[in-house]
Write a protein that binds this ligand. Structure first.
Ligand SMILES: C[S@@+](CC[C@H](N)C(=O)[O-])C[C@H]1O[C@@H](n2cnc3c(N)ncnc32)[C@H](O)[C@@H]1O
Length: 431
């Protein structure tokens, strides 16, 4: 379904609501049109200046682009409330208003593209909505920047000039599999990672093609020998630095190719500010930062805590976290590699009991074992950063029902406009 309007077209529109940010919202054949200075009730004659829906709804990346942004965030806030009521068994969840995204487009600092074959040669894009076996050739992605789009287009042109073949997921033939572009949005530094099947890569030509972008500081190559579409693989450095840097909340963070970094930089800063507010630190506390990634939350809290102790399963991320403590001159934080459920006992022996525990687990939430071990430490406060309200709600129920914790406050944060994903920060207290 293409957009029903084109640039420069004149339209007569009825404004029916206001979008977040103040533009009027009108609808045309089910498509949303934002109108500058349009107010609800106005009938206006407007000229189209920008069409933002080039690949919608075929592309699986942005599922909700045709839902006005204020309706998107209202629906997300409702989902968190509903999960806490239904699964968390809280009659009246103490929810604070959702924090809207600062930008509804161009907000991602990382995109993973798949190569695909087209009549014109290799192209790069995302999976067609609902299809594992079909990739849509993307010419302009609205979630990345102009720079991110230009790097993808340059890589596509390079692939064509080299006569390379995209990997065929059904036949398991071909060479080019994925391109990952990661952008330090506050530093301007870019990391590019090419993923191929085993075979010969003309490294020099790839590096030369990207040399027109001074922002590209780090170019890696990973070889995927298996059919499964994974990108989290050991890499070979082709050019530049091993890692790039991003800046969050005034701190610098080194990011290696496989290390976790929240993909919306601006909203990660808001998320961490909220975690800091909920942690209520006075400078006297011992804080555990569990599922700590590259140490972003722990290092943000370190200036207000006595000590910070992080646990993270990815050794690459832990290496970054240790470097990041040094990079920022932070001496009261230590990070260890391990599974939270397994490593907590050891950490307790080393660090003593925590006053505050921050958890930021993957979508599956806290496993039974991790939850029990955290609860047995009896921290006064648990700050739970969640990327899945249903597992958050299940964990809240268990922490309340079996371990005497109470959900004191919770606040959804919209990190991913146009997608179903919702982040929530929650504070649980004991006693
Ligand atoms: C949602 S990320 C959060 C990272 C970090 N707090 C941040 O804000 O960037 C979850 C992290 O948990 C790590 N992880 C997943 N399962 C784990 C486990 N069982 N034990 C420890 N870390 C785990 C992942 O590698 C990832 O870095």
């Amino acid at each position: 379904m293409a957009a029903p309007v084109r640039e420069d077209q004149e339209l007569e529109l009825d404004i029916d609501s206001l979008a977040y940010g103040g533009n009027g919202v009108a609808r045309l054949n089910g498509f949303v049109v934002f109108v500058k200075r349009g107010l609800p009730g106005d009938r206006v004659r407007a000229r189209v200046t920008k069409v933002k829906r080039e690949h919608y709804p075929a592309c699986g990346g942005c599922r909700f682009q045709d839902l006005a942004y204020e309706a998107q965030i209202a629906a997300k806030a409702d989902q968190v409330a509903d999960a806490l009521r239904r699964i968390g068994r809280l009659e009246d969840p103490p929810l604070e208003p959702i924090v809207p995204a600062e930008s509804v487009f161009h907000y991602r600092n990382k995109l993973e593209y798949s190569f695909t074959q087209t009549p014109e040669g290799p192209a790069l894009g995302f999976h067609r909505a609902g299809r594992w076996d079909e990739v849509l050739d993307i010419r302009r992605c609205w979630l990345t920047t102009d720079l991110g789009n230009a790097i993808r287009e340059t890589t596509r042109d390079w692939a064509r000039s080299q006569g390379l073949e995209p990997y065929d997921q059904a036949e398991h033939t071909g060479f080019l599999r994925h391109l990952i572009v990661r952008e330090g949005r506050n530093t301007g530094q870019v990391l590019v990672q090419l993923v191929t099947a085993p075979g010969k890569l003309d490294r020099d030509s790839f590096v030369a093609a990207l040399s027109r972008f001074p922002e590209v500081r780090s170019i890696h190559w990973a070889v995927n020998e298996r059919p499964a579409e994974v990108t989290n693989l050991p890499t070979t450095l082709l050019s530049g630095e091993e890692a790039i840097e991003e800046q969050l909340g005034g701190l610098r963070f080194r990011v290696r190719p496989n290390a976790f970094l929240q993909t919306n930089t601006a909203m990660a800063e808001r998320l961490y500010e909220l975690a800091r507010e909920y942690a209520q630190l006075t400078g006297e506390e011992s804080v555990y930062d569990l599922y700590c990634g590259i140490g972003t939350i722990g290092l943000t809290l370190a200036r207000d805590a006595l000590t910070v102790w992080g646990i993270e399963v990815s050794e690459e991320s832990v290496a970054c976290a240790l470097e990041n403590a040094d990079l920022n001159g932070i001496t009261n934080a230590a990070f260890f590699a391990g599974e939270v459920g397994e490593a907590l006992e050891d950490l307790r022996g080393r660090a003593g009991e925590p006053d505050v525990v921050v958890v930021d687990p993957p979508r599956a939430g806290l496993s039974g074992k991790a939850l029990r071990r955290i609860a047995r430490l009896e921290p006064r406060r648990i700050v739970y950063v969640s990327c899945n309200p249903t597992t958050l709600a299940g964990n809240v129920k268990e922490l309340a029902g079996e371990w005497g914790y109470r959900l004191e406050r919770a606040r959804p944060v919209d990190m991913f406009p146009h997608t179903p994903h919702i982040e929530t920060v929650a504070l649980l207290t004991r006693g």
